[in-house]
Design a protein around this ligand. Structure first.
Ligand code: SAM
Length: 246
């Protein structure tokens, strides 16, 4: 018996989500989110992914690197329950776990073999619908196997249904102009912003209330400012390069 294991990181995620705030709580919710998984070290070899292109979706096992230093507690407050009820950490998908391991099913769009500027070989998995912070270390990849992974009539307890925050997202005139100027670089930017914000990323205790705070979130290298205008609508006020705003 061993009471600890060593894992080797086999890849790293490039994600539009540069900070934890506003990342969807599960994969598959924000379909416009696109990222890359770069294989690293001994795993950066096309042989490891031979045949994987046959699968539309893959499981990613990863380390919650952005929160692991904060440790864990046996009881957590799931945002889904409004942040005021405690459940056992193992009854939740909290990032603060005894072992900071996450698992997400993402869409596998394509596998690419690149040559970097200094002629190094790089295997890149293009993925979408992710819920991962930029820089997330990947410790395993497995094909999503529908016959085994879909469980009809499974019970989802307090998380049976996807949360129904259907907030309408409106863009100010300056935000519309900015969207046009970034259209070539980020063709799915408008959908990405809409799909992220329709979830209402504010802290659980603020949801279902209007507040007049101006929020900021970072997607790619862009700072997006927005504000609630009613319980069911919010306005995107401005979109600017992160460097412009600093
Ligand atoms: N689908 C995974 C799971 O069930 O294990 C993750 C679920 S967890 C509730 C999703 C949240 O994890 C996201 O909203 C984001 O805030 C956070 N997150 C994503 N990647 C992370 C990382 N590398 N480090 C810390 N937190 C991360």
């Amino acid at each position: 018996m061993t009471d600890s294991v060593n894992l080797t990181v086999i890849g790293t995620i490039d994600s539009p989500y540069k900070e934890k705030f506003a990342i969807p709580r599960q994969p598959g919710i924000v379909t416009a989110a696109q990222g890359q998984l770069r294989l690293t070290g001994a795993a950066n070899n096309l042989d490891l992914v031979r045949g994987l292109e046959q699968f539309s979706h893959i499981w990613l096992l990863f380390v919650f690197h952005g929160t692991q230093a904060q440790g864990w507690k046996p009881l957590v407050r799931p945002p889904r329950l409004g942040g005021n009820k405690k459940l056992g950490v193992l009854a939740t998908r909290s990032t603060f776990r005894p072992n900071p391991i996450g698992m997400s099913v993402v869409k596998l769009d394509r596998i690419e073999h690149q040559l970097t500027d200094n002629k190094q070989s790089q295997v890149v998995l293009h993925i979408s619908e992710l819920d991962l912070l930029d820089g997330t270390p990947i410790v395993d990849i497995k094909p999503y196997v529908p016959y085994a992974d879909i469980i009809e009539n499974a019970h989802g307890g307090y998380a049976q249904e996807q949360p129904d925050n259907n907030i309408d997202v409106a863009f100010s005139d300056p935000a519309k102009i900015a969207l046009q100027s970034y259209n070539e670089q980020y063709p799915k930017l408008k959908s990405l912003i809409e799909q992220v914000l329709t979830q209402d990323p504010r802290p659980a205790y603020k949801q279902k209330n209007v507040d007049d705070k101006i929020y900021g979130m970072t997607l790619y290298d862009l700072n997006i400012q927005w504000q609630m205008s009613s319980l069911t609508t919010l306005d995107v006020i401005a979109i600017s390069k992160v460097t412009d705003a600093e």
